[in-house]
Design a protein around this ligand. Sequence first.
Ligand code: SAM
Length: 286
Amino acid sequence: MSALAVERAPGREFAFSPDDFRWISEFIYREAGIVLGEGKAQLVYSRWAKRLRASGCASFAAYRKLIETDSEERAAAVYGLTTNHTKFFREDHHFDHFVRETWPPLAARLNDGGKVRLWSAACSSGEEPYTLAMVAMGARRDVAASLLRRDLRILATDLSLDVLKIAREGRYPVDTLASVPGDLRSTWVQRRGDTGEIDPDLRALIAFRQLNLLGDWPIRGRFDAIFCRNVMIYFDDPTKARLQERLAAALAPGGFLYIGHSERLLGAAEKMLTPVGHTMYRKVAP
Ligand SMILES: C[S@@+](CC[C@H](N)C(=O)[O-])C[C@H]1O[C@@H](n2cnc3c(N)ncnc32)[C@H](O)[C@@H]1O
């Protein structure tokens, strides 16, 4: 629904003008690189209407003023406009490839005393990095026990502190865990009533951090694999190209990049990475 149609919709709790929509679009583009198409006006209205109610603002104009000075509310306004849909084993061909091709030499390196670094960039509520940790460790606890003592770290980052809180807790409704294969689930998830809790040893592999992909990355060292999936769809082409070039630079030579099913490489990254399957790339060794 366009901003004009939303403005004219009867029974609106708050007045919402095309100018409000334009202002919010510019705001979220500046803050997070997210491009809001005209058709998103209804979604934006309903997401921010919740924030207006929670903060006691009587109008969008008052809320716009509030977030100029209140940094906490400003952050909530940004998180409110992100889309956090995710699931365990989403696009599972990536995890099949990871287990088959990417992981065996990395596991060997760990067992030889080396280090391995993985990154789930835009991890949402944690299903992606937990999936990665489960497939890396496998279903056999005795095999995993030696890997768990090695120098393996998974960095998992997102812009939104709301989803990172869920991710850190590692507790999910059992029905959302249905896509986890039974053998991995019985090894790494403890059932408590209607909730499944991720095993503390698996959780300990992952560092959840807030990070805006558009900002500075206070990251040392390079990654053996990066999953950056289903976030670039919200960005415009120049933002995608810049991000992909930085991701490629953050990979170790021979490292792998996994991107979302509807995403494609653009610009400099195309020369730095070589396709190894659908939406999977390998960094060309220098
Ligand atoms: C649709 S989820 C994707 C989650 C997971 N990667 C997957 O594929 O299932 C997109 C995530 O990107 C995050 N996001 C949006 N803009 C971002 C930015 N500029 N920097 C970091 N994360 C961002 C959102 O908060 C959201 O959790």
